[in-house]
Structure formats: structure tokens, C-alpha cells
Design a protein around this ligand. Structure first.
Ligand code: ADP
Ligand code: F6P
Length: 324
């Protein structure tokens, strides 16, 4: 057990995600309730290295839970991936009396958290990414909002696509993970779903599918394409040339990462924020908070980072079957 914590620092890192504010709010208020001071570190590890550190009280997080983005700001910081950068970060924490750190971010940010623990700063991670690609947890902050935002946008594109009897390719986020594409594809009744985990998709089979569907009287064809596959515009041109059916590409982009968080994201992020403050205050360190099998739990960071997450073949097969 570590000695008792006096000051917790909190930062958000990597891609922002709706619900991060709810997590920050819960870290701040639960830490204060536990009798521990809180400092907000702006702009992730970059802000730490720049000493952009502010005192936080219960009012600092008023009127924030309903907003997307992160009130602390976020960044990607190459310097922090170096041993010298991590030592500097730990020294700055010590200078500011920060003896406990909560890192809200994806698995890249967890590697930074692990480094801070190695340098003597008690650190706990909270999963914050719209991509759902952290192995130790069934839930990551922001995924629920992102898929609902994307689903609504896809429904709208589908209306106009059907009216014009077009084929639509809609590109959703997920550079390395297809969870957003899979969920949105199933939820919108897409005919094809292209995922980075299934990179060897067959474009000719998609073209044949479009032609046979049109012969059977289908007025539209919806393809959900994950960012990790990409090239939606050139794919649209090739499909139009091969099928003779007007084909348009829509790239949803950053709108999927913004917007007011859903109830689920606000709730889970709030519980995770409080949980992180509690385990730090109880003297645990080098942990990550997770939601697994219906419960809020925590894992050792090393153990969490060593876990593998594979997109379910069964769920993928169901998505294919439903599209027939
Ligand atoms: P995410 O946390 O969303 O996965 P990134 O992979 O961009 O996003 O990581 C966010 C930040 O975490 C990086 O900019 C860097 O500062 C830090 N980070 C990433 N990988 C490492 C690493 N191996 N060691 C230390 N810090 C890292
Ligand atoms: O936040 C997750 C994510 O949207 C990934 O799907 C994507 O790979 C990445 O962030 C892109 O973010 P940026 O353009 O900010 O680097």
C-alpha cells in the first residue's frame, strides 16, 4: 500500500470523448469529499510538461457534465514517450505536490500512466475513447454517444439515398478498431460493413451484391466503412463505374467525437471517476478502472495493457446474415 494521498492531479489525453467532463467532475468531487486536494492538468501530458496546472474545487466542474469535449483540453505529446519526458513529468508532479494522478484516455494514454507509476507517481487510468478498443473493459467513455451520433447521421443519409435510388458509402471513425462501424452498421440495417479487423474484404462481391439487390427491387445500398479501411471516395467512383448506379461517399469525421454525452456516458463516466478517486485514496496504484461483466472493477495497468480484444466473429456473422 502507498502512503496516503494528499493531492490528486487529473488529466485527459489522446482523442477527446463525450463524457470525459463527467469523469473529471466525479474525480474532483469524490477526491474533495475524501479530504484530498485536486489539481487539473491542462492539455494532457503536454500540459503537464508545460506546467499548465490549476487548482480545482467543487465549483470548477459546475455546469460541465452535459457538455462534450473536455474542459481540461487534451493533446498528443511525443516528448512524453521518452524516458526524459516521463522523468520531467514526474518531477513536475512532485514539485506541485501531486502524489496521485488520474489519467482519462485510451491505451496510448495508459502507457503514459504506466510510465508515471514507474517514476513513483501513484496513477490510475480511466478508459476514455470513442473507439471501444481497450481490452480490459466492455465500456469506454464516449462510445455510446459516438455511435448514437453516427447512427442518426446515417439514418438521414439513408433517407436521401433511398429517394434517389443511390448507393451510399458512409465512413465512420475507427482507425484501428471496427466497433463503431459494426454497431452503426447493424443499427442502421447496412447492406455491407467494412472493418479494419476484416481488411481482406472483397469489393467485387460488394458490387455483385449491389447489382443483385437492385434487380430484386432494393432502392438503396448502404455501406458502412470504417476509417481504418478508408478510401471511401475512390471506392464510390469504382462502384458507380462497375454498377452504373449513382454512388456517393459521406465521411462523418469529427462530428462523431463531439456533442452532448448520452445518459449512459454521463453515468458510467461519473461512476468511473469516483471509483478512480476512491482506489487512489485507498492507496492502490498502477491500476485502471473498467466495466466488465456488468460490474465496475479495476485491473493492474500491466495486466490491462497485455490483454487482447478481438471483435466477436459471432457478432460479425450476425451482421452479415441480417444484411441479406
Ligand atoms: P489514446 O490515449 O487515445 O490511445 P494516443 O495513442 O495518441 O491516444 O496516446 C496519447 C498520448 O499518450 C500520447 O500522445 C503520448 O503522450 C502518450 N503515450 C502514448 N504512448 C506512450 C508510451 N508508449 N509511453 C508513454 N507515453 C505514451
Ligand atoms: O478518438 C478516436 C479516433 O477518432 C480514432 O478513431 C482515430 O484513429 C483517431 O481518433 C483520429 O484522431 P485525430 O485525428 O485527432 O488524431
Amino acid at each position: 500500500m502507498a502512503k496516503s494521498i494528499k493531492t490528486i492531479g487529473v488529466l485527459t489525453s489522446g482523442g477527446d470523448a463525450p463524457g470525459m467532463n463527467a469523469a473529471i467532475r466525479a474525480v474532483v468531487r469524490k477526491s474533495l469529499t475524501n479530504g484530498v486536494k485536486v489539481k487539473g492538468i491542462k492539455k494532457g501530458y503536454q500540459g503537464l510538461l508545460n506546467e499548465e496546472i490549476v487548482d480545482m474545487n467543487a465549483r470548477s466542474v459546475s455546469d460541465t457534465i452535459q457538455h462534450g469535449g473536455t474542459i481540461l483540453g487534451t493533446a498528443r505529446c511525443t516528448e512524453f514517450t521518452t524516458e526524459a519526458g516521463q522523468q520531467k513529468g514526474a518531477d513536475i508532479c512532485k514539485k506541485h505536490g501531486i502524489d496521485g494522478l488520474v489519467v482519462i484516455g485510451g491505451d496510448g494514454s495508459y502507457k503514459g500512466a504506466q510510465a508515471m507509476s514507474r517514476h513513483g507517481i501513484n496513477t490510475v487510468g480511466i478508459p476514455g475513447t470513442i473507439d471501444l478498443d481497450i481490452a480490459c473493459t466492455d465500456y469506454t467513455i464516449g462510445f455510446d454517444t459516438a455511435v448514437n451520433t453516427a447512427m442518426e447521421a446515417i439514418d438521414k443519409v439513408r433517407d436521401t439515398s433511398s429517394s434517389h435510388e443511390r448507393c451510399s458509402i458512409i465512413e465512420v471513425m475507427g482507425r484501428n478498431a471496427g466497433y463503431i462501424a459494426l454497431w452503426c452498421g447493424v443499427a442502421t440495417g447496412a447492406e455491407d460493413i467494412l472493418l479494419p479487423e476484416k481488411y481482406d474484404y472483397n469489393e467485387q462481391a460488394i458490387i455483385n451484391n449491389i447489382i443483385s439487390n437492385r434487380k430484386r427491387g432494393k432502392t438503396h445500398h448502404l455501406i458502412i466503412n470504417a476509417e481504418g479501411i478508408g478510401h471511401s471516395t475512390s471506392m464510390a467512383k469504382r462502384i458507380e463505374a462497375a454498377t452504373g448506379i449513382e454512388t456517393r461517399a459521406t465521411i462523418l469525421g469529427y462530428m462523431q467525437r463531439g456533442g452532448n454525452p448520452t445518459c449512459k456516458d454521463r453515468y458510467y463516466a461519473s461512476i468511473m471517476g469516483a471509483y478512480a478517486a476512491d482506489i487512489l485514496c485507498a492507496g492502490h496504484t498502477n491500476r485502471v478502472v473498467a466495466y466488465k461483466h456488468g460490474e465496475f472493477v479495476d485491473f493492474d495497468i500491466e495486466e490491462a495493457l497485455a490483454m487482447q480484444k478481438n471483435l466477436s466473429d459471432y457478432e460479425y456473422d450476425v451482421s452479415r446474415m441480417l444484411a441479406t
